[in-house]
Design a protein around this ligand. Sequence first.
Ligand code: NAG
Length: 330
Amino acid sequence: MACFCNKSMALCLVLTICLLGSSFAELQRFEHPANGDGSLSFLVIGDWGRRGAYNQSEVAFQMGRIGEKLNINFVVSTGDDFYDNGLTGENDPAFEESFSKIYTAKSLQKQWYSVLGNHDYRGDVKAQLSPVLKKLDSRWLCLRSFVLNAEIAEFFFVDTNPFVDAYFENPKGHSYDWRGVLPREKYLANLLKDIESALRESRAKWKIVVGHHAIRTVGHHGDTRELVKQLLPILKANDVDLYINGHDHCLEHISDANSPIQFLTSGAGSKAWRGDVKTLNREVVKFFYDGQGFMSVQLTQTNAEILFYDVAGKVLHRWNAPKQQLYSAI
Ligand SMILES: *[C@@H]1O[C@H](CO)[C@@H](O)[C@H](O)[C@H]1NC(C)=O
């Protein structure tokens, strides 16, 4: 936003309003170095915080094993970090019982980058975003929307919750903590504008967008139509390689019919086995598994390798593609 201020009071007032208007719109930026050879690897887990129950601890153990094998740089969480209703406050013991005491493996003692899920919005969202949690466990970083520059790849973490009409129009008895998000239209307009300009300006080899809700899924919730309409066109116009989400408690890989973008769901960190697949006859569905597990991503300048693992650490699906090949798919 361009603002000009000269000695005129009126223009100074405009400047002040411009600054106020843009202050909550700017995306916070973080940096994480890649490996010496330029490569990068990370694990993705979603929908997990259940004090170890529903195989959360088993999945955590396997993440530790694979994390060590791949020598991961960090972990990405796709949200729904604490069930059922987020955190009650900064001192909620669920933070340690569902996070610190579960992901104990040495290889997982890396930075975690997390977005919020809809269940997190049912608790005290400000507590989950609070820097106080980082004092309890230095790995923790959870924000609404932010950009992570990891050299070879740039990550655009997007708070997808406020896009979903149903949470506002038909909350089904749940109360959502929308502090910092209202007025909704303004929040969404600013967010889309910021994501678009950050993507447009990115010079990274790989562009990766992370949100809680799926854009494309054959799982329980189905496509998030608000994201298909409002977010997907921006991702396609800016050559995004991967869209990574949780929300559906499954592991899933869907390709796009007319762009190189890959839709990856990793939302199987604990409770799963819903067994309600919408439709598997979409030709673009490369893989779907409705049990527990997680995903790994390894990137080099020329290649991406994505693997999905089950609760025993067994590889369920492997997708390996050179960067150029993604584009020749158009
Ligand atoms: C834990 O994982 C095993 C193996 O996939 C599965 O059979 C079992 O039902 C899971 N338990 C729960 C509570 O989901």
